[in-house]
Design a protein around this ligand. Structure first.
Ligand SMILES: Nc1ncnc2c1ncn2[C@@H]1O[C@H](COP(=O)(O)OP(=O)(O)OP(=O)(O)O)[C@@H](O)[C@H]1O
Ligand SMILES: [Mg+2]
Length: 333
Protein backbone atom coordinates (compact mmCIF):
# COMPACT_ATOMS: atom_id res chain seq x y z
CA UNK A 1 0.00 0.00 0.00
CA UNK A 2 1.32 3.47 -0.81
CA UNK A 3 2.78 5.20 2.25
CA UNK A 4 0.61 8.27 1.81
CA UNK A 5 -3.06 9.12 1.57
CA UNK A 6 -5.00 11.28 -0.87
CA UNK A 7 -6.72 14.45 0.33
CA UNK A 8 -9.12 16.42 -1.85
CA UNK A 9 -10.25 19.66 -0.22
CA UNK A 10 -13.25 20.41 -2.45
CA UNK A 11 -15.26 23.60 -2.12
CA UNK A 12 -18.16 21.77 -0.45
CA UNK A 13 -16.60 18.59 0.89
CA UNK A 14 -13.22 17.30 2.03
CA UNK A 15 -12.40 13.76 0.95
CA UNK A 16 -9.64 11.56 2.34
CA UNK A 17 -8.65 8.07 1.27
CA UNK A 18 -5.83 5.57 1.65
CA UNK A 19 -6.07 2.42 -0.41
CA UNK A 20 -3.91 -0.26 -2.01
CA UNK A 21 -6.04 -0.14 -5.16
CA UNK A 22 -8.01 -3.27 -4.24
CA UNK A 23 -9.07 -2.41 -0.72
CA UNK A 24 -9.82 0.93 0.90
CA UNK A 25 -8.05 1.06 4.25
CA UNK A 26 -9.01 4.53 5.46
CA UNK A 27 -11.75 6.72 4.05
CA UNK A 28 -13.67 9.74 5.25
CA UNK A 29 -15.58 12.80 4.18
CA UNK A 30 -16.33 16.07 5.96
CA UNK A 31 -18.10 19.24 5.01
CA UNK A 32 -16.04 22.23 3.93
CA UNK A 33 -17.78 24.74 6.21
CA UNK A 34 -17.05 27.72 3.93
CA UNK A 35 -18.29 26.43 0.57
CA UNK A 36 -15.22 27.72 -1.26
CA UNK A 37 -11.67 26.78 -2.15
CA UNK A 38 -8.72 27.55 0.13
CA UNK A 39 -7.45 30.30 -2.15
CA UNK A 40 -10.75 32.18 -1.67
CA UNK A 41 -10.69 31.89 2.15
CA UNK A 42 -9.74 34.54 4.68
CA UNK A 43 -6.99 33.71 7.17
CA UNK A 44 -9.57 33.13 9.91
CA UNK A 45 -11.45 30.73 7.62
CA UNK A 46 -8.23 28.85 6.83
CA UNK A 47 -7.52 28.41 10.54
CA UNK A 48 -11.04 27.17 11.10
CA UNK A 49 -10.67 24.76 8.16
CA UNK A 50 -7.68 23.18 9.92
CA UNK A 51 -10.05 22.29 12.78
CA UNK A 52 -12.37 20.49 10.33
CA UNK A 53 -9.37 18.66 8.88
CA UNK A 54 -8.05 17.64 12.30
CA UNK A 55 -11.47 16.37 13.30
CA UNK A 56 -11.72 14.31 10.10
CA UNK A 57 -8.27 12.76 10.65
CA UNK A 58 -9.21 11.93 14.23
CA UNK A 59 -12.56 10.40 13.27
CA UNK A 60 -10.94 8.16 10.68
CA UNK A 61 -8.13 7.22 13.05
CA UNK A 62 -5.51 7.40 10.31
CA UNK A 63 -1.90 7.46 11.59
CA UNK A 64 -0.26 8.10 8.23
CA UNK A 65 1.25 11.59 8.02
CA UNK A 66 2.32 11.66 4.39
CA UNK A 67 -0.30 13.20 2.15
CA UNK A 68 -0.82 13.89 -1.54
CA UNK A 69 -3.28 16.76 -1.85
CA UNK A 70 -5.18 18.40 -4.68
CA UNK A 71 -5.19 22.01 -5.79
CA UNK A 72 -8.39 22.92 -7.67
CA UNK A 73 -8.22 23.69 -11.38
CA UNK A 74 -9.70 27.12 -10.59
CA UNK A 75 -6.43 28.02 -8.80
CA UNK A 76 -4.00 26.91 -11.49
CA UNK A 77 -3.21 27.24 -15.19
CA UNK A 78 -3.52 23.73 -16.65
CA UNK A 79 -3.70 23.17 -20.38
CA UNK A 80 -2.60 20.99 -23.25
CA UNK A 81 -0.64 23.31 -25.56
CA UNK A 82 0.47 22.62 -29.12
CA UNK A 83 3.76 23.87 -30.55
CA UNK A 84 5.51 23.45 -33.89
CA UNK A 85 8.28 20.84 -33.72
CA UNK A 86 11.29 22.41 -31.96
CA UNK A 87 14.21 21.56 -29.71
CA UNK A 88 13.79 21.20 -25.97
CA UNK A 89 15.36 24.59 -25.06
CA UNK A 90 13.22 26.29 -27.70
CA UNK A 91 10.15 24.55 -26.28
CA UNK A 92 11.00 25.77 -22.82
CA UNK A 93 11.18 29.36 -24.11
CA UNK A 94 7.92 28.96 -26.05
CA UNK A 95 6.13 27.67 -22.93
CA UNK A 96 7.50 30.54 -20.86
CA UNK A 97 6.24 32.99 -23.52
CA UNK A 98 2.81 31.35 -23.57
CA UNK A 99 2.56 31.53 -19.76
CA UNK A 100 3.59 35.19 -19.78
CA UNK A 101 0.52 35.82 -21.97
CA UNK A 102 -1.92 33.71 -19.94
CA UNK A 103 -0.84 33.78 -16.29
CA UNK A 104 -1.29 37.08 -14.44
CA UNK A 105 1.77 36.58 -12.19
CA UNK A 106 5.46 37.28 -12.77
CA UNK A 107 7.44 34.09 -13.60
CA UNK A 108 9.30 34.30 -10.27
CA UNK A 109 5.98 33.83 -8.45
CA UNK A 110 4.77 30.80 -10.40
CA UNK A 111 5.81 27.14 -10.19
CA UNK A 112 5.69 25.61 -13.63
CA UNK A 113 5.88 21.98 -14.73
CA UNK A 114 5.35 20.47 -18.14
CA UNK A 115 5.38 17.10 -19.82
CA UNK A 116 5.57 16.30 -23.53
CA UNK A 117 2.49 14.24 -24.37
CA UNK A 118 3.06 13.61 -28.06
CA UNK A 119 6.00 14.27 -30.33
CA UNK A 120 5.76 13.52 -34.08
CA UNK A 121 8.19 10.83 -35.24
CA UNK A 122 8.68 12.41 -38.67
CA UNK A 123 8.36 16.03 -39.39
CA UNK A 124 7.21 17.43 -42.71
CA UNK A 125 5.74 20.78 -41.82
CA UNK A 126 2.43 20.68 -40.03
CA UNK A 127 3.00 18.33 -37.11
CA UNK A 128 2.81 19.68 -33.62
CA UNK A 129 4.34 18.75 -30.29
CA UNK A 130 1.68 18.46 -27.64
CA UNK A 131 2.66 19.46 -24.11
CA UNK A 132 0.71 19.46 -20.86
CA UNK A 133 1.61 22.60 -18.92
CA UNK A 134 0.68 23.34 -15.31
CA UNK A 135 1.52 26.60 -13.57
CA UNK A 136 0.65 27.20 -9.92
CA UNK A 137 1.08 30.57 -8.20
CA UNK A 138 3.66 29.95 -5.46
CA UNK A 139 1.58 31.70 -2.82
CA UNK A 140 -1.27 29.23 -3.45
CA UNK A 141 0.86 26.10 -3.15
CA UNK A 142 2.58 27.60 -0.07
CA UNK A 143 -0.85 28.15 1.46
CA UNK A 144 -1.78 24.50 1.00
CA UNK A 145 1.53 23.37 2.45
CA UNK A 146 1.17 25.66 5.47
CA UNK A 147 -2.32 24.36 6.21
CA UNK A 148 -1.25 20.72 5.89
CA UNK A 149 1.84 21.25 8.05
CA UNK A 150 -0.21 23.11 10.63
CA UNK A 151 -2.23 19.96 11.25
CA UNK A 152 0.90 17.85 11.51
CA UNK A 153 0.83 16.34 8.01
CA UNK A 154 3.75 15.92 5.66
CA UNK A 155 2.79 16.96 2.12
CA UNK A 156 4.73 14.82 -0.35
CA UNK A 157 3.04 16.19 -3.44
CA UNK A 158 0.42 18.71 -4.52
CA UNK A 159 -1.39 17.98 -7.75
CA UNK A 160 -4.04 19.76 -9.77
CA UNK A 161 -7.21 17.76 -10.47
CA UNK A 162 -6.75 16.72 -14.11
CA UNK A 163 -3.96 14.15 -13.56
CA UNK A 164 -5.75 12.70 -10.51
CA UNK A 165 -8.98 12.29 -12.43
CA UNK A 166 -7.29 10.67 -15.42
CA UNK A 167 -5.42 8.29 -13.10
CA UNK A 168 -8.56 7.32 -11.18
CA UNK A 169 -10.24 6.11 -14.40
CA UNK A 170 -7.27 5.10 -16.54
CA UNK A 171 -8.09 1.38 -16.22
CA UNK A 172 -11.46 2.03 -17.94
CA UNK A 173 -10.01 4.14 -20.74
CA UNK A 174 -8.39 3.34 -24.06
CA UNK A 175 -5.66 5.26 -25.91
CA UNK A 176 -6.94 4.29 -29.35
CA UNK A 177 -10.42 5.54 -28.57
CA UNK A 178 -10.35 8.15 -25.79
CA UNK A 179 -13.23 9.22 -23.58
CA UNK A 180 -14.55 12.49 -22.27
CA UNK A 181 -14.28 12.68 -18.47
CA UNK A 182 -16.52 15.16 -16.70
CA UNK A 183 -16.02 15.90 -13.01
CA UNK A 184 -19.12 17.84 -12.07
CA UNK A 185 -18.23 19.51 -8.77
CA UNK A 186 -19.84 22.26 -6.73
CA UNK A 187 -17.85 25.33 -7.80
CA UNK A 188 -16.83 24.11 -11.20
CA UNK A 189 -16.79 21.33 -13.74
CA UNK A 190 -13.68 19.74 -15.21
CA UNK A 191 -13.87 18.39 -18.73
CA UNK A 192 -11.03 16.16 -19.97
CA UNK A 193 -10.46 14.18 -23.15
CA UNK A 194 -8.20 11.31 -22.09
CA UNK A 195 -7.14 7.80 -22.94
CA UNK A 196 -5.50 5.15 -20.76
CA UNK A 197 -2.12 6.91 -20.67
CA UNK A 198 -2.81 9.94 -22.82
CA UNK A 199 -4.26 13.34 -22.15
CA UNK A 200 -5.63 15.14 -25.22
CA UNK A 201 -7.30 18.27 -23.88
CA UNK A 202 -8.94 19.74 -20.81
CA UNK A 203 -11.13 22.65 -19.85
CA UNK A 204 -12.45 24.06 -16.57
CA UNK A 205 -15.98 25.49 -16.57
CA UNK A 206 -16.36 27.74 -13.50
CA UNK A 207 -19.94 26.59 -12.94
CA UNK A 208 -21.14 23.52 -11.03
CA UNK A 209 -23.69 22.27 -8.53
CA UNK A 210 -23.57 25.36 -6.27
CA UNK A 211 -24.66 27.62 -9.14
CA UNK A 212 -27.59 25.25 -9.75
CA UNK A 213 -28.65 25.38 -6.11
CA UNK A 214 -28.38 29.17 -6.12
CA UNK A 215 -30.56 29.44 -9.23
CA UNK A 216 -33.18 27.13 -7.70
CA UNK A 217 -33.13 29.23 -4.51
CA UNK A 218 -33.60 32.46 -6.48
CA UNK A 219 -36.29 31.08 -8.78
CA UNK A 220 -38.44 29.44 -6.12
CA UNK A 221 -37.63 31.93 -3.34
CA UNK A 222 -36.13 29.22 -1.12
CA UNK A 223 -33.30 29.18 1.41
CA UNK A 224 -30.17 27.45 0.10
CA UNK A 225 -30.58 24.24 2.13
CA UNK A 226 -34.11 23.76 0.85
CA UNK A 227 -33.01 24.56 -2.71
CA UNK A 228 -30.33 21.85 -2.33
CA UNK A 229 -33.09 19.40 -1.30
CA UNK A 230 -35.16 20.41 -4.32
CA UNK A 231 -32.21 19.75 -6.59
CA UNK A 232 -31.55 16.32 -5.07
CA UNK A 233 -35.23 15.33 -5.00
CA UNK A 234 -36.56 16.62 -8.32
CA UNK A 235 -33.40 16.72 -10.41
CA UNK A 236 -33.38 17.63 -14.07
CA UNK A 237 -36.71 16.09 -14.90
CA UNK A 238 -39.53 17.36 -17.13
CA UNK A 239 -42.01 15.37 -15.07
CA UNK A 240 -41.28 17.32 -11.87
CA UNK A 241 -42.78 20.69 -10.88
CA UNK A 242 -44.38 21.24 -14.31
CA UNK A 243 -40.99 21.11 -15.98
CA UNK A 244 -39.75 24.15 -14.02
CA UNK A 245 -36.56 22.42 -12.86
CA UNK A 246 -35.60 21.82 -16.48
CA UNK A 247 -36.22 25.46 -17.36
CA UNK A 248 -34.09 26.61 -14.42
CA UNK A 249 -31.17 24.20 -14.81
CA UNK A 250 -30.95 23.89 -18.59
CA UNK A 251 -28.81 27.03 -19.21
CA UNK A 252 -26.15 25.79 -16.75
CA UNK A 253 -26.11 22.27 -18.13
CA UNK A 254 -26.13 23.49 -21.73
CA UNK A 255 -23.18 25.75 -20.96
CA UNK A 256 -21.13 22.70 -19.90
CA UNK A 257 -22.40 20.71 -22.89
CA UNK A 258 -21.26 23.54 -25.19
CA UNK A 259 -17.71 23.28 -23.82
CA UNK A 260 -17.73 19.49 -24.10
CA UNK A 261 -18.83 19.78 -27.75
CA UNK A 262 -15.94 22.13 -28.50
CA UNK A 263 -13.40 19.67 -27.08
CA UNK A 264 -14.99 16.75 -28.94
CA UNK A 265 -14.98 18.63 -32.24
CA UNK A 266 -11.39 19.80 -31.91
CA UNK A 267 -10.29 16.25 -31.01
CA UNK A 268 -12.09 14.90 -34.09
CA UNK A 269 -10.67 17.56 -36.40
CA UNK A 270 -7.12 17.04 -35.17
CA UNK A 271 -7.35 13.26 -35.39
CA UNK A 272 -8.67 13.06 -38.90
CA UNK A 273 -12.21 12.08 -37.98
CA UNK A 274 -11.39 9.75 -35.08
CA UNK A 275 -14.09 10.18 -32.47
CA UNK A 276 -14.27 9.84 -28.68
CA UNK A 277 -15.85 6.60 -27.54
CA UNK A 278 -17.83 7.50 -24.44
CA UNK A 279 -18.41 9.96 -21.64
CA UNK A 280 -17.49 9.16 -18.04
CA UNK A 281 -19.48 11.37 -15.67
CA UNK A 282 -18.25 11.78 -12.11
CA UNK A 283 -18.24 14.23 -9.16
CA UNK A 284 -21.20 14.97 -6.87
CA UNK A 285 -23.09 16.60 -9.76
CA UNK A 286 -23.28 13.21 -11.50
CA UNK A 287 -26.07 12.25 -9.06
CA UNK A 288 -28.43 14.85 -10.54
CA UNK A 289 -31.47 12.88 -11.68
CA UNK A 290 -31.98 13.08 -15.43
CA UNK A 291 -28.48 14.33 -16.20
CA UNK A 292 -27.14 11.08 -17.71
CA UNK A 293 -29.90 10.68 -20.35
CA UNK A 294 -29.78 14.39 -21.19
CA UNK A 295 -25.99 14.36 -21.74
CA UNK A 296 -26.25 11.19 -23.76
CA UNK A 297 -28.98 12.60 -26.00
CA UNK A 298 -27.33 16.02 -26.42
CA UNK A 299 -23.88 14.65 -27.22
CA UNK A 300 -24.81 11.42 -28.97
CA UNK A 301 -22.49 9.48 -26.68
CA UNK A 302 -22.78 6.58 -24.30
CA UNK A 303 -22.61 8.05 -20.78
CA UNK A 304 -21.43 5.98 -17.83
CA UNK A 305 -21.06 7.02 -14.20
CA UNK A 306 -17.41 7.14 -13.18
CA UNK A 307 -17.20 5.19 -9.95
CA UNK A 308 -13.62 4.76 -8.72
CA UNK A 309 -14.87 2.38 -5.99
CA UNK A 310 -16.12 -0.20 -8.49
CA UNK A 311 -13.81 -3.17 -8.16
CA UNK A 312 -12.53 -1.96 -4.76
CA UNK A 313 -13.52 -3.28 -1.36
CA UNK A 314 -14.88 -0.33 0.56
CA UNK A 315 -16.99 0.11 3.70
CA UNK A 316 -20.72 -0.15 2.84
CA UNK A 317 -21.27 3.38 4.16
CA UNK A 318 -19.13 4.75 1.31
CA UNK A 319 -20.09 2.34 -1.47
CA UNK A 320 -22.40 4.84 -3.19
CA UNK A 321 -20.05 7.78 -2.79
CA UNK A 322 -17.51 6.70 -5.40
CA UNK A 323 -18.09 9.61 -7.83
CA UNK A 324 -17.49 12.14 -5.04
CA UNK A 325 -14.13 10.49 -4.28
CA UNK A 326 -12.74 10.41 -7.83
CA UNK A 327 -10.07 13.08 -7.35
CA UNK A 328 -9.13 11.72 -3.91
CA UNK A 329 -8.78 8.18 -5.29
CA UNK A 330 -6.54 9.47 -8.11
CA UNK A 331 -4.37 11.24 -5.53
CA UNK A 332 -4.15 8.12 -3.37
CA UNK A 333 -2.81 6.15 -6.36
N1 LIG B 1 -28.24 13.73 -5.38
C1 LIG B 1 -27.69 14.83 -5.90
N2 LIG B 1 -28.32 15.48 -6.91
C2 LIG B 1 -27.77 16.60 -7.44
N3 LIG B 1 -26.61 17.14 -7.04
C3 LIG B 1 -25.96 16.55 -6.03
C4 LIG B 1 -26.45 15.37 -5.41
N4 LIG B 1 -25.56 14.99 -4.46
C5 LIG B 1 -24.59 15.91 -4.47
N5 LIG B 1 -24.81 16.84 -5.41
C6 LIG B 1 -23.99 18.03 -5.71
O1 LIG B 1 -22.63 17.69 -5.87
C7 LIG B 1 -21.82 18.81 -5.52
C8 LIG B 1 -20.70 18.36 -4.62
O2 LIG B 1 -19.91 17.46 -5.37
P1 LIG B 1 -18.37 17.28 -5.09
O3 LIG B 1 -18.16 16.74 -3.71
O4 LIG B 1 -17.82 16.53 -6.23
O5 LIG B 1 -17.91 18.81 -5.10
P2 LIG B 1 -16.60 19.48 -4.48
O6 LIG B 1 -15.44 18.61 -4.75
O7 LIG B 1 -16.85 19.85 -3.06
O8 LIG B 1 -16.59 20.81 -5.35
P3 LIG B 1 -15.46 21.41 -6.29
O9 LIG B 1 -14.69 20.28 -6.88
O10 LIG B 1 -16.18 22.23 -7.31
O11 LIG B 1 -14.63 22.26 -5.37
C9 LIG B 1 -22.72 19.80 -4.78
O12 LIG B 1 -23.02 20.90 -5.64
C10 LIG B 1 -23.99 18.99 -4.53
O13 LIG B 1 -25.15 19.77 -4.54
MG1 LIG C 1 -14.17 18.40 -6.44
Amino acid sequence: MPSYFGLDIGSTSIKLIQSDGARVKYVGIAQNPFGKSISAMTNAEKISLTDSLKLLLKEIGIREKKVVASIPESSVFSRVLKFPVMSSPELSTAIRWELDQSVPFPPSEVETSWAVLEKPEKFDGDEKISVYVVAVPSNISENYIQILELIGLEPVRLENEIPSLSRAFSSNLSDSSPSVLIDWGASGTNVVVAGKTKLYSNFYVPVGGSAMTKLIADTFGLPMDQAENYKRTYGFSKEQLDGKMVTVLKPIIDNVIGEVKKLIISYRDERGGNVVSKLVLTGGGSYLLGLVPYLSESLGLEVVIGDPFSGMAVDAKYKNLGPVFSVAVGLSM
